[in-house]
Design a protein around this ligand. Structure first.
Ligand SMILES: C[S@@+](CC[C@H](N)C(=O)[O-])C[C@H]1O[C@@H](n2cnc3c(N)ncnc32)[C@H](O)[C@@H]1O
Length: 306
């Protein structure tokens, strides 16, 4: 399986894994980070979430060769707190998120994530859900399409692209990735085509909509912080400016200082802000050389102080 984990070493170092601790990987994927966590655990336990059955099946085979002190949870990480509570887990030592899709998901033509590969317009990470990219492209109003492409894709030709989609679907349903790619390519100026692939941002936007990637994030991050013990660590790898912004906002909100005590020496633990934010980490030059996909990644880390 061609998958290189992004920011693996800095994430594992940040989690500061204790061999008897309880850790959660919210985005198991192809078990890169989870394997590294599990290798460091002796009496501890790893809980790993993924909403994609292919990722879970693959990773089960990887993790079972490392140890048996793990459980793979087949759920969206938005249900993190509820799923852990069902298992009697209410406090944890560390938690991580490596957001977005994995390279194997992108490279599997049938999943419909890639504009390079011909496939039905799908883009669901969880294929038990109903909303597909085809539904978004063919049934969303012009205004909704425009908003999604502009906001989630940060696409400057969002209006032209949404209009072109609207026009084409009046004649014939848009069914495949390559049909959509061609519609987008024809809707944008020729000079734009030379700078970047014109479909990249729109495909990203539709994927974010189908999987509700941004709307679930504030709840999931806040629940993750609630679950952390004192000195517990949260590590979040983002690939998109909007998801990174959400992460920054949640961290900021939970690290607000008491204005009266601000700047005072020896503040007792109970008056400290809940979270201490560490410096963000970007991939090293060496990592960028071996994995181009890591280019847009940012690792944000925070420690629970009480
Ligand atoms: C970037 S990959 C993770 C790669 C992993 N860290 C590794 O090293 O192999 C993201 C994974 O998280 C899953 N995922 C994304 N959003 C999710 C969500 N809201 N709930 C559960 N799983 C999610 C995807 O299905 C994908 O397998």
């Amino acid at each position: 399986m061609k998958h290189i984990s992004v920011l693996l070493e800095p994430t594992i170092n940040a989690l500061n894994i204790k061999e008897d601790g309880v850790y959660v990987d919210c985005t198991l994927g192809y078990a890169g980070h989870s394997s590294a966590i599990l290798k460091k655990l002796k009496k501890g336990k790893l809980y790993a979430f993924d909403q994609d059955i292919d990722a879970r099946v693959y990773s089960e085979n990887v993790l079972k060769n490392i140890g048996n002190n793990y459980e793979i949870i087949p759920s969206n990480f938005v249900n993190l707190k509820e799923e852990l509570e069902k298992r009697g887990v209410t406090s944890i030592d560390g938690i991580m998120f490596d957001l977005g899709v994995s390279s194997p998901q992108l490279d599997d033509a049938q999943r419909g994530f890639s504009f390079h590969l011909d496939a039905p317009l799908d883009m669901r990470m969880d294929r038990t859900l109903k909303l597909t990219a085809k539904e978004v492209v063919n049934n969303y109003s012009f205004n909704d399409l425009y908003r999604i492409i502009k906001d989630y894709g940060e696409e400057k030709y969002a209006k032209q692209i949404a209009r072109a989609i609207e026009k084409h679907r009046e004649e014939k349903e848009i069914a495949t990735t390559l049909e959509l790619k061609d519609i987008i390519s024809q809707a944008v100026p020729a000079k734009y085509k030379r700078l970047t692939h014109p479909a990249r941002r729109t495909f990203q936007a539709i994927r974010i909509e189908v999987n509700k990637e941004l709307s679930i994030l504030p709840k999931a991050l806040n629940d993750a912080i609630d679950l952390l013990k004192k000195d517990g660590v949260i590590a979040v790898i983002t690939f998109h400016s909007l998801e990174d912004k959400i992460c920054q906002e949640v961290f900021k909100e939970r690290s607000k200082e008491d204005m009266v005590l601000k700047g005072m020496p020896n503040v007792p633990d109970e008056y400290k802000p809940e979270l201490k934010i560490l410096k963000k980490i970007k991939p090293s030059k060496e990592e960028l050389e071996i994995n181009k996909r890591s280019r847009s990644a940012t690792l944000r880390i925070a420690i629970k102080q009480k």
